[in-house]
Ligand binder design. Structure first.
Ligand SMILES: [Zn+2]
Length: 108
């Protein structure tokens, strides 16, 4: 009789070994990054163990603040750049006018 191969994969959140197939298989979920997470839930009851949820919660916590801050910093920088550009544009005609005056003066 051919023995069925049992596949295992560690949970990417709690490192528990998950049995992926066979009669003793654990229930698990795979997310979009092909990471494995255990999930133990009886129908109609809150999950006893939901590693994907914990993982997502942690990611959210890690990402939320820096992204928001980065966006704000970027916006601030863009505003400063805009200001610089405006100042440069303002300054230019004045310099040209001065040059003009100088040329007139030299020609005299
Ligand atoms: Zn787990």
């Amino acid at each position: 009789m051919k023995k069925k191969r049992i596949f295992v994969h560690k949970c990417d959140w709690c490192n528990r070994e998950l049995i992926l197939n066979g009669k003793d298989s654990d229930s698990y979920v795979i997310n979009g990054e092909f990471k494995y997470f255990c999930i133990i839930q009886t129908r109609g009851k809150p999950a006893e163990r939901d590693c994907l949820k914990n993982y997502l919660k942690e990611i959210k916590k890690k990402n939320e603040y820096p992204i928001k801050k980065k966006l704000e910093e970027k916006k601030e920088q863009e505003e400063k750049e805009e200001e610089k550009k405006e100042k440069r544009l303002e300054a230019r005609p004045r310099v040209l006018a001065k040059l003009d005056e100088l040329n007139k003066f030299l020609k005299r």
